[in-house]
Design a protein around this ligand. Structure first.
Ligand SMILES: *Cc1c(COP(=O)(O)O)cnc(C)c1O
Length: 363
């Protein structure tokens, strides 16, 4: 199948665009979406860009009952010179296929998916925000659509891409948040689905998040599911700690999501010769570093916020105020550097950015 076979049906009723100062996150969707179907024996067929619209599904569709679904999240940015840039999109489609494999969903052709995404962005190019800090959030996902209740991998799927113009996660710049170390619920266990971007992981985390919010915290820090001792992630972000000049992040152990922002931060730190270590880290170790004064900074990383500094960490009766509750120097530098590479404002030494060429679309 070639990219030329992507059919394009344009909307006859374009929506009014939202105010760029009031975008929020994931509230507005562009005029078009991409969809293709999978049929057992035929593979992925009928790739098309169509007006954004509801989809018809049988109530017996497997995704509703057994959660056979995966998703991705990435962003397109508008550079000051008008170019549209994607951040490491090929990594998202590689990870989509790793998630697919874990959920017994057939592979999606990563090149076709990227070409489909580029064409979709071109069709909706007026939706890529231009105000600094704003971007176009992109949500590719797969759902199992076969209408039978047997617990078995589906024979039918949709692969879709929808897009939403979003504001800067922190309108007033990054600021530290309060985090609750969760010691009752767990997010994932090794051998489970923690390293796949699949719906059930998030549904299962809502309860802990809700309880933390009611106690005045913005998110939870997840500990491992076996010993409830080793640090895994913060909310739906990866987590880093700077202790005595070295940056530590939990190693990818099978239950942690392999974040593209995480990987990019590690590359930036190495580029700057800042020592960075991926290993198992216990919460006791963090508390010990806090009490002996060597816990310098802590932050979460992910596509939506890029960096979310941790100002306050509550664990088992102990309140740890990190860097006086202020954003650390290194956290700020990582944020400033990555966001300016993403906006095309700074040299891109790693060739991370992929330009969406504003060529004529053949269709
Ligand atoms: C998506 C996600 C992340 C961050 O991944 P990025 O590729 O950096 O956006 C981290 N943890 C979880 C659980 C996630 O779902």
């Amino acid at each position: 199948m070639t990219a030329n076979s992507i059919k394009i049906e344009r909307t006859t009723a374009p929506k009014q665009k939202p105010d760029e100062n009031q975008l929020g996150f994931g509230k507005y969707f562009t005029d078009h979406m991409f969809i293709m179907d999978y049929e057992e024996g035929k593979g992925w067929i009928n790739p098309r860009i169509i007006p954004y619209q509801p989809i018809m599904m049988d109530p017996a569709a497997k995704v509703f009952h057994y959660g056979q679904t995966v998703f991705e999240g990435l962003k397109a940015y508008r550079a000051a010179d008008g170019r549209i840039l994607l951040f490491r999109p090929e990594q998202n489609f590689l990870r989509l296929n790793r998630s697919n494999s874990r959920l017994s969903i057939p592979d999606v052709d990563g090149e076709l998916a990227l070409e489909a995404l580029k064409q979709l962005i071109l069709v909706d190019q007026d939706w890529v925000p231009s105000q600094e800090g704003n971007s176009l959030y992109i949500r590719p996902f797969v759902i199992a659509t076969q209408a039978t209740l047997g617990v078995a991998p589906s024979h039918n799927y949709h692969f879709m891409i929808i897009m939403s113009p979003v504001g800067a996660y922190y309108a007033e710049g990054i600021h530290p948040v309060k985090i609750y170390v969760e010691s009752e619920y767990v997010r994932a266990v090794r051998g489970g689905t923690g390293n796949a971007k699949t719906a059930g992981n998030y549904a299962g985390g809502l309860k802990a998040q809700e309880e933390a919010t009611s106690k005045g915290y913005s998110q939870v820090l997840w500990l491992d599911g076996v010993h409830q001792k080793y640090i895994e992630e913060v909310g739906s972000m990866n987590v880093f700690f700077k202790i005595g000049g070295t940056v530590y992040t939990p190693e990818l152990n099978g239950s942690i999501l392999d974040g593209i922002t995480r990987n990019s931060m590690i590359q930036l730190l190495k580029h700057w010769n800042v020592p960075v270590v991926e290993r198992q880290i216990s919460i006791d170790e963090i508390y010990e570093a806090y009490t002996n004064g060597t816990l310098e900074e802590a932050f979460g990383t992910g596509t939506a916020a890029v960096i979310s500094p941790i100002g306050d960490l509550y664990w088992n009766g102990h309140q740890m105020l990190i860097n006086g509750g202020h954003t650390g120097e290194l956290s700020q530098k990582l944020y400033d550097t990555l966001t300016s590479i993403q906006q095309g404002a700074q040299e891109d030494p790693f060739s991370w950015m992929v330009e969406v060429q504003q060529k004529a679309i053949l269709s």
